[in-house]
Design a binder for this molecule. Structure first.
Ligand code: UD1
Ligand code: CA
Length: 463
């Protein structure tokens, strides 16, 4: 049997300095909550269970958690030691290791956690903590060692003596520990310190005192362990996250014209030879194929684009775009917009809950909602599917090769048959059979000489 691993994510703190009604761990970096980043990292490791300690804004945090994660409520936030202790009833019989993380540390990577685990095993340690050396260590707990260099404990900034404050090795707040050993020390913690809290870090001195091995896994990348306490830190980590993801995708064969203005979420995937122009924002479960051009100033959230797609200056959400299609500039694809191959959508075209099959075109100023648009259909400028009567939505079906002339209103429910032709300016209220022409507009009346006549009448009636 492989050694077991349980993860505990501390996320109950208030995050006072964020000055926010939203729990701190739900603030976002690249469209994903801080806590989401931590859970995505954990997904890359083999864990038997994940517990998240919730407290402030518990309802909101619970609502965010995926099914495989167990929330554990910490009713009062009495410190990090108290937070971890909340899991004790769940791990009664458990004898494996626990990985303890904070929910507000978005840049931590699975690679670093694996390195920590290797060192933990090689050193046969009972507890291994992630550390880094900083010239500016203020705020962090400092790692205290004896004359032989062995870790003896961690002292918090607020409790440190001037000599301890001069220590530059900092505790990053990520730990791997043997659960039975750690659990026994949690019961020994007391809040006799500057903050009146049960410090998880005090467990270290207890373990060392009991003769157990504690080591630190020192990383040169302090940013990986950096938590968010303020909005300024959120913006800082957002910037670093952007730079790192851009580097990752560029190394994978994606051109990113201006990484500083490009945001790529952690669940996004991109194909080779795709070009991201400046101002591009790709969020959620967005997948972009090969040789696509996305830009400039486009936002895609939960969008799937096949290969060779061009999207320019457009907003897409919960949509799919087929191979070789062109979208924008200024197009808006909403929930359930599905474009087939080589579809062309131009400026100011909005599509919602509609399927446009291969080769369909709507080049300018159109609204397509609850519609099925067949292959090679031409939607003229200004066409509107009138899908809503104020109470309910109704479908519009436009069959293959139909032509819908400019500025037509299709009053749903309605069907335009195959190769049907709707004359420009029509308001269509009845189905149009295949191959038929439908004209639904007032007849033009032309009055010869009317303008001159009006002038004469005006002169005659003046005094
Ligand atoms: C903690 C460490 C410190 C380390 C630093 C790294 C302790 C006592 N100190 O300090 O050595 O350098 O992290 O960032 O652990 N939390 C709860 N419940 C609580 C208290 C905290 O869930 O009762 C959560 C917070 O939401 C946060 C995490 O635990 O996600 C860390 O707590 P925080 O108060 O930020 O600890 P630090 O003072 O930063
Ligand atoms: Ca902190």
């Amino acid at each position: 049997m492989s050694p077991s691993l349980v993860a505990i994510v501390m996320a109950a703190g208030k995050g006072t300095r964020m000055k926010s009604d939203l729990p701190k761990v739900l603030h976002e970096v690249a469209g994903e909550p801080l806590l989401g980043h931590v859970l995505l990292t954990l997904r890359q490791l083999e864990t038997d269970a994940i517990y998240v300690i919730v407290g402030h804004g518990a309802e909101q945090v619970r609502a965010f958690l995926p099914e495989n994660v167990t929330p554990v409520e910490q009713l009062e936030q009495l410190g990090t030691g108290h937070a971890v202790d909340q899991v004790t009833p769940f791990l009664d019989q458990y004898t494996g290791d626990v990985l303890i993380l904070s929910g507000d540390v978005p840049l931590l990577t699975a690679e670093t956690l694996r390195g920590m685990k290797q060192e933990h095993e090689a050193e046969r340690a009972v507890l291994t903590m992630l550390s880094t050396t900083l010239n500016e260590p203020t705020g962090y707990g400092r790692i205290v060692r004896d004359e032989t260099g062995r870790v003896t404990g961690v002292v918090e900034q607020k409790d440190a003596t001037p000599a301890q404050k001069a220590i530059t090795e900092c505790n990053l707040g990520t730990y791997l520990a043997s659960w039975p050993h750690l659990r026994d020390t949690l019961a020994k913690l007391t809040p006799n310190n500057a903050q009146g809290e049960y410090y998880l870090t005090d467990a270290i001195a207890h373990l060392v005192h009991g003769g157990h091995g504690v080591v630190s896994h020192c990383t040169s990348d302090a940013l990986e362990g950096e938590g968010v306490n303020t909005r300024a830190q959120l913006a800082k980590l957002q910037g670093i996250y952007q730079q790192r993801t851009a580097e990752f995708w560029m190394a994978a064969g994606v051109t990113i014209v201006n990484p500083h203005s490009t945001i790529i979420g952690p669940k996004v995937s991109l194909g080779v030879d795709t070009i991201l122009e400046p101002g591009t924002i790709l969020l959620g479960e967005t997948k972009v194929g090969e040789r696509c051009v996305i830009g400039a100033y486009s936002q895609l959230r939960d969008v799937t684009c096949d290969d060779d797609v061009h999207i320019l200056h457009s907003y897409l959400s919960q949509a799919t775009v087929g191979r070789g299609s062109h979208v924008g500039p200024y197009a808006h694809l909403r929930q359930g917009a599905q474009l087939g191959k080589k579809v062309r959508l131009g400026n100011f075209v909005e599509v919602k809950k509609s399927v446009l099959k291969d080769g369909a075109k709507a080049a300018h100023l159109a609204y397509l909602g609850d519609a099925e648009v067949g292959c090679n259909v031409n939607i003229g400028c200004g066409v509107i599917t009138v899908n809503y009567d104020g109470k309910k939505k109704s479908p519009t079906v436009i069959r293959d090769n139909a032509f819908v002339g400019s500025n037509s209103n299709l009053i749903a429910p309605v069907t335009i048959g195959e190769a049907g032709f709707v004359a420009a300016g029509s308001t269509i209220t009845q189905d149009v059979p295949a191959g038929a022409l439908a004209i639904g507009r007032g007849r033009q009346v032309t009055k010869e000489g009317w303008v001159a006549q009006r002038e004469e009448n005006a002169l005659a009636s003046s005094p």
